[in-house]
Design a protein around this ligand. Structure first.
Ligand code: COA
Length: 333
């Protein structure tokens, strides 16, 4: 396999902030209830005609600028999108046009919910590793707030909007930035989190179908149990196959779903707080974008020093989950 370089990372967040206090206008809840159970104080949401396309575009522009590459250098685009503004054209195709990336390359969306960034990284690794493509743009962007049931206090407290992007290329210097990576799925527990597409049968058939409401439905308790039992040992397995020990890895950059889930991984790895990147307090769960947002913001805030290593891990609807031990080179964000 050819080695892979993570060449640039970027993120984008919408400006509108919805605090826990704001949510008390929608249903009976409190900042204390939400914060103690999730670690979330506020989240960002798109407003007006703003969509995940705008967020993904901004994040991609930043990641491309950091990579030093030009739009014409890319030979593949993979978007990790579970809640795109349009099912088709895909977010990948739309961003290809908006970014001015030449039209003779493949662009597609991959749906692995909150694990999307790690799934996309694994697919990109396969393409680059086998020499099919050399320079891939990954964009994780979702409009969670548009499919949130804002009357459901079990789900609408959790999600927010945001985008992250990562440029990955063949590593000309032979140094592989992906030390290990694993992705998994268990469709038998898919009912833990689901969104049914709106739509119905042809009116000429005899039996009408149930009409999907297009909203997020979740069994929070089951998802929580799944995450705290599955993810920590999985992360350990991923670390073991990287050839490094947990102590040798500098940072844990987990998917931001629930502070208590993050702490369950932290405790398993026996990491001190300064090794764990958490910004869930301000953004809630931005699905596949949460890892790149946490990474770049961690660097901006001085919590992450580059020229280091990190374990990325995520889980989400599917159920899907994944982890990767990566090298964070200087200058990637
Ligand atoms: N404010 C106040 N009360 C609330 C509430 C809210 N926002 N949401 C639920 N409640 C109430 C429930 O009605 C219930 O009341 P009852 O006992 O009188 O019936 C009680 O609080 C407990 O509800 P429950 O849903 O069992 O809470 P919980 O302890 O499981 O916490 C979550 C709910 C969503 C915070 C938690 O399950 C969770 O974070 N799960 C993981 C979800 C996740 O990470 N999803 C994304 C995956 S990528």
């Amino acid at each position: 396999m050819k080695p892979i370089k993570i060449a640039g990372v970027g993120y984008s967040l919408p400006k509108s902030v919805i605090t826990n206090e704001d949510l008390t206008k929608l249903y009976e809840t409190s900042d204390e209830w939400i914060y103690t159970r999730t670690g979330i104080k506020e989240r960002r949401v798109v407003s007006g005609d703003e969509t995940a396309i705008d967020l993904g575009f901004n994040a991609a522009q930043k990641a491309i600028a950091k990579s030093g590459l030009k739009p014409e250098d890319f030979d593949c685009i993979i978007c990790a999108a579970s809640v795109p503004p349009q099912l088709y054209p895909t977010l990948g195709c739309t961003l290809q046009a908006k970014l001015g990336i030449p039209n003779n390359i493949p662009a597609f969306d991959l749906t692995a919910a909150c694990t999307g960034l790690i799934y996309a990284l694994q697919v990109a690794r396969g393409f680059i590793g086998t020499g099919i493509y050399k320079t891939i743009l990954i964009v994780a962007a979702d409009n969670n707030s548009k499919i949130t049931d804002w009357s459901d206090r079990g789900t609408s407290i959790l999600f927010g909007d945001g985008a992250g992007a990562m440029v990955v290329t063949e590593a000309e210097d032979g140094i592989d930035d992906i030390l290990s990576i694993k992705v998994s799925a268990d469709g038998s527990i898919g009912h833990f989190i689901y969104t049914d597409m709106p739509g119905q049968c042809c009116p000429l058939v005899q039996q009408a179908s149930k009409v999907g409401d297009g909203k997020i439905h979740m069994n929070g308790k089951e998802v929580y149990k799944f995450a705290v039992t599955t993810v920590p040992p999985y992360v350990e397995e991923c670390i073991a196959s990287s050839g490094l020990s947990a102590e040798q890895i500098d940072y844990l950059i987990p998917h931001q779903a629930n502070q208590r889930i993050i702490e369950s991984i932290q405790n398993r790895l026996k990491y001190s707080d300064d090794k764990v990147i958490s910004n869930i307090k301000y953004y809630g769960n931005t699905s596949a974008a949460s890892i790149p947002i946490a990474l770049v913001e961690g660097v901006e805030q001085g919590k992450i020093k580059l020229d280091s290593t990190a374990i990325l891990c995520g889980f989400g609807a599917g159920m899907t989950w994944g982890a990767a031990v990566v090298r964070l080179r200087k200058g990637i964000c």
